[in-house]
Design a protein around this ligand. Structure first.
Ligand code: ADP
Length: 737
């Protein structure tokens, strides 16, 4: 398959598992996004929580400032009062000055406190009463100071002794104390709020960080499983593609894929060999170029392929060399809009149809002609019109008898040719003397030859052949019959038998009219004659040579004709020698039919391979029968006889595996089976072979000698395990000792 092609379909496999979600996002991407969102939210929340916590901390420090102011004011008031007392005691103006400056300071501090607690009505109310108390105390102090200056220390002491000043200071201090308590409460509250805000911030940060991390982990895990699934999906897609390629390439039919513009995008090996183009040259080729139809036909074909329903029709493909090939085409529209076209070469089917039609018309003609004569003759006799002319009546009877004979011959030949060609007639082959068979056929034909004043001369050497006596005599009779028919009066027909290599060569020669060179091959086909009048004039059926060829082929031989017009014809055929197959080797190895190493039935449709196998086995002292088809093998097995079955699987009429059940002795005991095959066995077939204890070897991989070793080992009751390699210590000698 060329590398630039694409698959017809891609099996989805596990790919679905890694498909993106509804909005085209994979789970991994969603996980990552969620993680990022969680982290951003965590940041925002932490920020807002921290802003809140900072505000709370501000309030705490503000309260501390207020508390410090209260404490400072309290201290200032107390200091001012001490200066006042010192002045009263000393009358020193310095104390008075200090008292006044402290008083001024206390006023500033009071104003500051007002500002600090401007948002707190309760503290403002307390400050109001503090301001009154301070004003009253300052007025009192001023009065006491005046008394000291004006009336001396005693008078002043008397005023001080009233305790008013102390009371006023106490009142201010109590107010300040209440303020301080209120601020303490506020401080505690604000500190708690700050701590709570800090805790909340920490919690939020922890929570959202955890969420973010969880999101990332989930995303990573999802991505990892996505990656695994993607890898699995890719692997399964690759495997599916490989499977598809194998199927495509191993398909027995031509498979093409055309794109929407009906240009070829894919073609398997069978398609390339069907159209005779190199595969690469086909890619891009328009469908129309591959069709051997006129423009109208092409125009009709292309839409047919596009209708979306699988369609099957006959068409004609044009090969690269221009030759048309009739094909049966089935086409279907693929999901992606491309068109898959499967084309099967139907040349052979057409030829078979033609032959069948020809056969039916010839047969019906050949059957009807003698029937009409018989019917006519009998009709005349039945009418009684010939009663008065007995010689005419007798002529009619002779005519009816002759035509009946012709009909019988024809029907027998038709049935024979069918049965022999299909292998339904078992060749019962045994060692025979070919010269004796030739003499038998000549004796059979002699009366006919005598009547035609033709002499049959048989000559040659005795040659042992491996043959079915009756069938070879039937074939020889056909050839001799023709030779006599086409010889001139007093002609001579020679039948010779001789050895030619490992075959017997049998020749029937006449000196008659001869056969044109272009007919030498065709006369072996059914109903083929040199001259259309031959069957009528010479009384043949046109099937004799077809039957003879089938018989010779079933024996593993070959038949052909040679001729010179006007000089006569030679029909020659070969059949395998019997000596090669039994006596020479078996005797050389000391085995006779009575005491051979065993009898093996070789079932092999390839005549030459069967011959090689049989010869190899016989060279090891075994007696060998050969079947070229399943039916014949079945018959031989049912009749009983072989001690081992050497079985090819691919037979013309059945699979060799179907013969396993028949591999038994007449009393029902299983015989060993050695299966040798060129094709890979289906698992079911392998199991069936294993069930009957069969051993499988591979054709080509296992030499015939090794197979013979296995056969001997199995006949000796040994277990053969590694069948494609020679057994350790088995030989025909081992078997006999
Ligand atoms: P048939 O039964 O008609 O003889 P065959 O298949 O035996 O049919 O022969 C087919 C044709 O081959 C004959 O009809 C004849 O035309 C030609 N043919 C066969 N043998 C000879 C021969 N020895 N000499 C000349 N023509 C022959």
């Amino acid at each position: 398959m060329s590398g630039n092609t694409q698959p017809i379909t891609a099996e989805p496999g596990a790919a679905g598992a890694a498909r993106p979600g509804r909005f085209g996002l994979s789970k991994g991407t969603i996980g990552f996004a969620a993680g990022i969102v969680a982290l951003v939210a965590a940041g925002l929340l932490a920020y807002s929580s921290d802003v809140n916590r900072a505000a709370q901390a501000e309030w705490v420090s503000h309260t501390n400032v207020v508390l410090r102011s209260i404490s400072a004011l309290t201290g200032t008031l107390q200091e001012a009062q001490s200066e006042q007392r010192l002045f009263v005691l000393s009358d020193n103006a310095t104390y008075l000055f200090r008292r006044d400056s402290l008083t001024e300071e206390s006023r500033d501090e009071l104003r500051a406190l007002r500002r600090y607690t401007a948002d707190n009505p309760a503290q403002q109310a307390r400050l109001d009463s503090l301001a009154s108390a301070m004003t009253a105390l300052q007025a009192y102090n001023a009065r006491v100071s005046a008394v000291r200056q004006d009336s001396g220390v005693v008078a002043a002491a008397a005023v001080v002794a009233t305790g008013q000043g102390e009371l006023m200071l106490d009142a201010s201090e109590r107010t300040l104390g209440r303020m301080s308590l209120a601020e303490d409460a506020l401080l505690a509250e604000r500190q708690a709020a700050t701590a709570a805000a800090a805790r909340r911030t920490a919690l939020l940060i922890a929570l959202s960080t955890a969420l973010g991390v969880a999101g990332f982990i989930a995303a990573l895990l999802t991505m990892r499983s996505d990656v695994t699934m993607l890898r699995d999906a890719r692997e399964s897609a690759v495997a599916s593609e490989a499977k598809f390629r194998t199927l495509l390439e191993s398909a027995a039919d031509a498979i093409f894929v055309f794109d929407e513009r009906t240009r070829c995008v894919e073609a398997n090996a069978c398609a390339a060999s069907l159209v005779g183009y190199p595969r690469d040259a086909m890619i891009g080729m328009p469908l129309g170029e591959l069709l051997a139809q006129d423009e109208k036909g092409k125009r009709a074909a292309i839409p047919m392929l596009r209708i979306g329903q699988p369609t099957t029709r006959e068409s004609v493909v044009r090969r690269a060399d221009g030759t048309p090939v009739p094909v049966e085409v089935s086409a279907c529209l693929l999901e992606d809009g491309r068109i898959e076209v499967i084309a099967r070469d139907i040349t052979e089917r057409r030829e078979l149809d033609r032959l069948k039609g020809e056969f039916v018309s010839v047969v019906s003609h050949e059957l009807r002609t003698p029937l009409t004569s018989i019917r006519g003759a009998l009709g005349l006799l039945a009418s009684g019109r010939l009663a008065k002319t007995p010689h005419k009546a007798q002529h009619m009877i002779d005519l009816a008898v002759a035509n009946t004979d012709r009909l019988v011959r024809l029907i027998n030949d038709i049935l024979d040719v069918e049965r022999i060609e299909s292998g339904a007639v078992a060749m019962d082959r045994r060692p025979q003397d070919a010269l004796a068979l030739a003499n038998r056929a000549a004796d059979f034909l002699r009366p006919v030859a005598d009547a035609a004043h033709v002499r049959i001369r048989v000559s040659g050497e005795p040659v042992r052949v491996w043959a079915d006596e009756d069938r070879i005599v039937q074939g020889l009779t056909n050839l001799l019959g023709n030779a006599v028919k086409f010889s001139a009066t007093s002609g001579v027909v020679e039948l010779t038998v001789r050895r030619h290599g490992d075959q017997a060569l049998i020749e029937v020669r006449d000196h008659g009219r001869g056969i044109p060179a272009d007919k030498l091959e065709r006369i072996f086909d059914r109903f083929q004659q040199v001259d259309a009048s031959d069957s009528r004039e010479k009384g043949g059926t046109g099937l004799g040579l077809a039957i003879t060829r089938s018989i010779v082929r079933q024996h593993g031989g070959r038949i052909w004709a040679e001729s010179e017009l006007g000089q006569g014809s030679r029909f020659r055929f070969t059949i395998p020698l019997a000596e090669e197959r039994t006596s020479e080797y078996a005797v050389a190895n000391g085995a006779t039919a009575g005491e051979s190493a065993g009898r093996v039935l070789v079932v092999e449709d390839d005549v030459e391979l069967a011959h090689v196998m049989a010869t190899t086995l016989e060279s090891r002292g075994l007696l060998v029968d050969v079947s070229h088809n399943g039916l014949d093998a079945e018959r031989r097995l049912t009749r009983g006889g072989p001690d081992l079955l050497l079985l090819d699987v691919a037979l013309p009429d059945m699979t060799g595996v179907d013969l396993l059940d028949a591999a038994k002795t007449p009393d029902g005991k299983r015989i060993p089976v050695l299966v040798y095959t060129a094709v890979d066995l289906a698992p079911g077939d392998r199991a069936r072979i294993a069930n009957v204890g069969g051993v499988v070897v591979t054709k080509g991989r296992t030499a015939p000698e090794t197979i013979a070793d296995h056969v001997l080992a199995m006949l000796a009751g040994q277990t053969v395990t590694r069948a494609d390699t020679p057994p350790a210590s088995t030989s025909s000698v081992d078997r006999r000792t």
